[in-house]
Ligand binder design. Structure first.
Ligand SMILES: Nc1ncnc2c1ncn2[C@@H]1O[C@H](COP(=O)(O)OP(=O)(O)OP(=O)(O)O)[C@@H](O)[C@H]1O
Ligand SMILES: [Mg+2]
Length: 253
C-alpha cells in the first residue's frame, strides 16, 4: 500500500465522520496527522468525534477513548500562528529559554509548555483540565463538558452570583501567582469555562513563570481584564483594587 493510501486508510479509522475527515485533511499537514496517530496508537484516544473550536492558533476537538471517556485534543497550527510573539513568551521563561527560533520548534515547545502549565496549575488547586499527553503540536487533555457537550465560556454563560465569580477569580490569580509562581497572561472571561456553575481555567499555553522579564506587564493586563469585566457586571473595581485583593490572599491560600 502506498503511503498516501495508508494515510487515508488510517484517517478513516480514527476520524469516522466524513465531513470531519475532510476538514482534517484540509487543515493538517502529514506530520500533524502522524502525531495524532502516535497519540491514538498509544491509547490516549480512539476516535475524533468533532471540532469544538477553530481559532487563530489552535483547533480543539472532542475525542473519545476506547473506554468511552471524552477527551479534548488541542492541535496547534504550524503555519499561521504569530511565532514571534510565541517566541517571546518562551524565551523569557527559564523552562523553555533554549528553544530554537523556528516555527516547528516554537510550536512544539508551546504544546509542551501548555502541558507543563496545566500540571502545575492542577497541583496548586486551581480547577483546569487535567493534561493527559502531548506529542509535537498535539495536546490531549481532560474534556470540560457534560455528555460530550463542551462547557461554554464565562463570556457566553455568566453566573448570576457575581460576587462568587469574583472570589473564585481572585483565588485563581492568587494561587497561580503565589503557589505556582505563574502569570496566566491571557486571563479573561473567554478563557474560563462555566461547567454547571463551576469555573474552569483554560488556555494556559502562554502562561509564564514569574521570573519572565515581562511578568509585570502580563499581570497588569490580566488585572485590567478582570477589573473591566466585573465593572461591566456592576461590581466596580479598578485594576489596583483587584491587585490588592489578590495580595490579601497571599497568606491564606
Ligand atoms: N479541555 C477542554 N474541554 C472542552 N473545551 C475546550 C477545552 N479546551 C479548549 N476548549 C474549547 O476550545 C476553545 C479554544 O481553546 P483555547 O482557548 O485553549 O485555545 P486558543 O489558544 O484560545 O485558541 P484560539 O484563540 O486560537 O481560538 C475554548 O474557548 C473552548 O471552547
Ligand atoms: Mg482561548
Amino acid at each position: 500500500m502506498s503511503n498516501e493510501k495508508k494515510e487515508e486508510f488510517d484517517l478513516r479509522k480514527f476520524v469516522p465522520e466524513e465531513e470531519q475527515r475532510k476538514t482534517f485533511a484540509k487543515v493538517f499537514d502529514k506530520r500533524t496527522i502522524h502525531a495524532l496517530h502516535k497519540l491514538a496508537s498509544r491509547g490516549y484516544f480512539d476516535i475524533v468525534v468533532h471540532v469544538i473550536s477553530t481559532g487563530k492558533e489552535a483547533h480543539v476537538f472532542l475525542a473519545r477513548d476506547s473506554a468511552g471517556n471524552s477527551r479534548a485534543v488541542k492541535i496547534y497550527k504550524t503555519d499561521t500562528s504569530d511565532f514571534n510573539k510565541m517566541y517571546e513568551y518562551l524565551h523569557g521563561d527559564r523552562r523553555f529559554g533554549k528553544v530554537k527560533r523556528n516555527k516547528r520548534d516554537i510550536v512544539f515547545a508551546w504544546a509542551k509548555k501548555e502541558f507543563s502549565n496545566l500540571l502545575l496549575i492542577n497541583k496548586v488547586g486551581v480547577s483546569c483540565p487535567m493534561p493527559i499527553a502531548f506529542f509535537e503540536n498535539v495536546l490531549v487533555m481532560e474534556f470540560i463538558g457534560i455528555n460530550e457537550i463542551a462547557s461554554p465560556a464565562l463570556k457566553e454563560k455568566p453566573l448570576e452570583d457575581i460576587e462568587k465569580v469574583y472570589k473564585t477569580e481572585i483565588d485563581f490569580l492568587a494561587r497561580l501567582l503565589f503557589k505556582a509562581e505563574l502569570v496566566h497572561a491571557d486571563f479573561s472571561e473567554y478563557n474560563i469555562l462555566n461547567r454547571n456553575n463551576e469555573l474552569v481555567l483554560i488556555d494556559v499555553g502562554q502562561a509564564v513563570l514569574t521570573t519572565h522579564p515581562e511578568t509585570e506587564a502580563f499581570f497588569e493586563r490580566d488585572l485590567n481584564n478582570v477589573a473591566k469585566y466585573f465593572s461591566k457586571k456592576g461590581l466596580k473595581k479598578t485594576a489596583e483594587e483587584v491587585r490588592a485583593d489578590v495580595k490579601a490572599l497571599k497568606e491564606k491560600i
